[in-house]
Design a binder for this molecule. Structure first.
Ligand SMILES: Cc1ncc(COP(=O)(O)O)c(C=O)c1O
Length: 401
């Protein structure tokens, strides 16, 4: 009897094999020019990625974390300001807020979409914040600090519910910085604007990660900020480059957070394939939805509303038997992930901040039940059938026992 082939959680080998000649050619081009920092590849990528996102500007940086931190700082978030986000994200979201000098505050997620619940944001703003008539800004009642920004996270490839978030931000004078690190190409239909918005064009600025496993991934570390705000673009470009306005003239103290030319060249090639890859992910998600439907009592598929086009960076199901299912799949040679097992407010890194279990119930319940199934461009129908057959065998065993 032959053992069934393994199904990886993500396959980065095949994609790079398929693009190998193009990728090596761009590396050779960069070597020949010996222009490793800045230059035409970085500028070309910035222009093309801004266009892809429907934004006027793009600043290539070293990582998604840098992109978030520089976007917050360049948008004017000051030391001691309050910034609101969700605890159901990768810790980089809050690292960037802290490292910009701001205070982290959380609101809970919508349990179906896994993104910021605008109702919870409204509740937070109405109960915790008060207008300071002298400055015209909203102040956190207990902390006595200005509430300056909100960071919705477009998790798993799906944009947060931006219409109500943008409305609340306008009322409370909040800067909106999108954490679009998992959402390259995702779209949201804004009923208010009567048009589809692309991730990276909805807020004052957005941060993207090009960590290798992302929908658009570099062959190393990389990230970008997109914005329609010219001033923010200029400030972010200075921050990533030691605060320089021109060589050796430093207007502010900045960082070494530049995107390098090799990564930019590689990203330009991959960007040409991104829409096609995203379509493949969306088609794979539809196949999972169909094949998993009979198990809806024990395994819940992700929900995509009519106003959302997710790019399925991850395909995340929910089940009460998450740990058992993950072990069952691992034993069958099927790769899975948990994004993320510990909500940010309960991470050891923040133990001294006073958050406790029970603070954000939807976030905490999700962390216990979520499981990311194999998902990548090029995932075959056979591979998906094998994943679902294994899930189905597991579900039957749960029902029987
Ligand atoms: C939601 C989210 N925010 C921020 C980041 C940080 O990106 P990077 O790893 O490129 O710094 C990531 C990357 O995994 C992410 O998934």
């Amino acid at each position: 009897m032959t053992t069934p082939a393994k199904v990886p959680f993500v396959d980065l080998v095949t994609m790079h094999r398929e693009l190998e000649s193009e990728l090596l050619a761009v590396c050779k081009k960069v070597f020949a020019a010996a222009s490793f920092i800045g230059g035409s590849e970085v500028e070309g990528f910035e222009k093309e990625f801004a266009e892809f996102c429907g934004a006027a500007h793009c600043v290539g940086v070293n990582s998604g974390t840098d992109a978030l931190r520089f976007a917050l700082m360049a948008a004017g978030v000051q030391s001691g300001d309050v910034v609101i986000t969700v605890a159901h994200s990768f810790i980089a979201t809050t690292e960037a807020i802290s490292q910009a000098g701001a205070l982290i505050q959380f609101v809970d997620i919508d349990p179906r979409a896994f993104t910021m619940d605008p109702g919870k944001l409204r509740e937070y703003l109405e109960t915790c914040c008060v207008l300071d008539v002298a400055t015209g800004r909203y102040i956190h009642k207990q902390l006595g600090k200005p509430v300056t920004a909100v960071v919705p996270v477009h998790l798993y490839g799906q944009m947060a519910d931006m219409d109500p978030i943008l409305d609340l931000a306008a009322t409370y004078k909040l800067i909106v910085i999108e954490d679009a690190c998992q959402a390259h190409g995702a779209e949201y239909f804004s009923k208010k604007q009567n048009r589809w918005l692309k991730a990276g064009s909805a807020g004052r600025a957005a941060a993207f990660s090009f960590y290798p496993g992302k929908n658009l991934g570099a062959c190393g570390e990389a990230g970008a900020i997109t914005t329609n705000d010219e001033d923010l673009d200029r400030k972010a470009a200075m921050l990533r480059d030691h605060g320089q306005s021109k060589k050796y003239y430093h207007d502010v103290e900045g960082y070494n957070g530049r995107l390098d030319s090799l990564q930019a060249g590689i990203l330009r090639i991959k960007l040409r394939h991104l829409s096609g890859w995203n379509e493949q992910r969306r088609a794979a998600a539809r196949i999972y939805d169909q094949l998993l439907a009979p198990m809806s009592g024990s395994v819940v598929c992700p929900v995509e509303s009519d106003s959302s086009k997710s790019v399925y960076h991850l395909y995340v199901v929910r089940t009460q038997f998450r740990n058992e299912l993950q072990k069952y799949l691992t034993d069958a040679g099927i790769g899975t992930g948990i994004h993320y097992p510990v909500p940010i407010h309960l991470q050891a890194a923040y133990a001294s901040r006073g958050w406790k279990r029970g603070d954000f119930p939807n976030t905490e319940a999700a962390a216990e039940e979520i499981l990311s199934l194999p998902m990548f461009a090029g995932l075959s129908r056979d591979q998906q059938e094998r994943v679902v057959e294994t899930v189905s065998r597991f579900a039957a065993s749960v029902v029987v026992s």
